[in-house]
Design a protein around this ligand. Structure first.
Ligand SMILES: [Zn+2]
Length: 345
């Protein structure tokens, strides 16, 4: 494959300006074909994007069977084993909700508060996400755009916090990923995010978990999402945060640069502007703890050290140092990813 094959120049997806500043030159570490891509920053609005970039028709050349969304979602066997401890989960859930909602009327107030605090510490990210995304106690239909192998929907269906009251379906442009989702009995279909096969106002919730950065036209995707959202429904988007420490420390080795598969790089400001322009009203924006897929960042660093012919000892020492460094960053730093919740009013 020729890395320069089928490249196209585009204007800014957010403000249509063609005035840009260079932001970074990024190697395609995943494909290992030495392809290099130019990432630019819009002079007018600050949106960061790959330009020139592969044409949508040729994009499949840059994914491949090993891309992580093609992997197996959690199997049904795992799910049924989880269901065996349903009683325990029920107790855990009531304790947790009592803690989070500061329920002082419960008979087991102190026990609930203590158990809840432990659970919150153990499952912090998951619990915060379910709460912040308004999913706890919610009943309705959910569409996951860019569902990959369906693991997010499967997680929602079997989540001990959610009682299975949310019915999710998914779309993805990638047929291999959709096949894998179907294997897990997820109602998934192959569809372009800019032309979704659903009637207006079909869904209570739309989710885009780490998919918007892959889209060729994020604004069109969001407008289409707005069309299929019910009045009063909402959208949840989660993307890597280009303003975080990762790209400053590791440049194009940061796992979320992932050129050219990640075509857009958002910060809280540019993501908010884009979501608002599509018609949604922003309700919540949140920065996630963690450095975003640290294993993949380390893998990319290793590929560079390999290229630079570092000795075996050098590589071992660097791996140890970076592993510890990345774990420390994850413990103390907030902001590797951002999520937004926005409503269609
Ligand atoms: Zn712009």
């Amino acid at each position: 494959m020729k890395p320069e094959f089928g490249l196209e120049f585009v204007t800014c997806n957010l403000c249509e300006s063609d005035k840009v500043l260079p932001f970074m030159t990024a190697t395609d570490w995943f494909s290992q074909d030495d392809g290099q891509f130019s990432i630019v920053k819009c002079k007018e609005c600050g949106l960061i994007y790959v330009n020139p970039r592969p044409h949508p028709d040729h994009m499949n050349l840059y994914y491949g069977e090993k891309y992580y969304t093609h992997g197996k979602a959690k199997t049904r066997e795992t799910v049924s084993r989880r269901q065996q401890s349903a009683g325990l989960k029920k107790i855990a859930k009531s304790a947790l909700l009592a803690h989070v909602q500061k329920d002082n009327n419960s008979q087991n107030k102190i026990l609930n508060q203590m158990t809840g605090a432990v659970l919150l510490a153990l499952f912090r990210n998951k619990i915060i996400s379910r709460q912040r995304w308004g999913l706890v106690g919610k009943k309705g239909t959910l569409l996951d755009v860019g569902c990959g192998n369906g693991s997010f929907i499967l997680g929602i269906h079997n989540d001990w916090l959610l009682d299975g009251k949310i019915k999710g379906v998914g779309t993805d442009i990638d047929s291999a990923a959709v096949d894998e989702a179907k294997n897990n009995e997820i109602d998934a279909s192959i569809a372009d995010s800019g032309t979704l096969p659903y009637q207006d106002r079909s869904f209570d919730i739309i989710t885009m978990k780490h998919s918007l950065e892959h889209m060729h036209n994020p604004l069109k995707t969001l407008r289409e999402a707005w069309r299929v959202t019910k009045d009063g429904g909402y959208i949840i988007i989660e993307v890597p945060n280009i303003e975080s420490l990762g790209p400053r420390l590791f440049r194009d080795k940061w796992s979320a640069i992932d050129a050219p598969r990640h075509l857009y790089h958002f910060n809280p400001a540019t993501l908010s502007l884009l979501v608002s322009k599509a018609g949604f009203d922003i309700e919540d924006i949140y920065k996630w703890k963690g450095s975003y897929k640290r294993d993949l960042t380390l893998k990319n660093l290793n590929k560079e050290w390999e290229k630079r012919n570092f000795s075996r000892l050098q590589k071992i020492l660097l791996n140890k140092a970076y592993s510890i460094g990345l774990i420390l960053i994850e413990l103390i730093y907030r902001g590797g990813a951002i999520s937004i919740r926005a409503r269609k009013n």
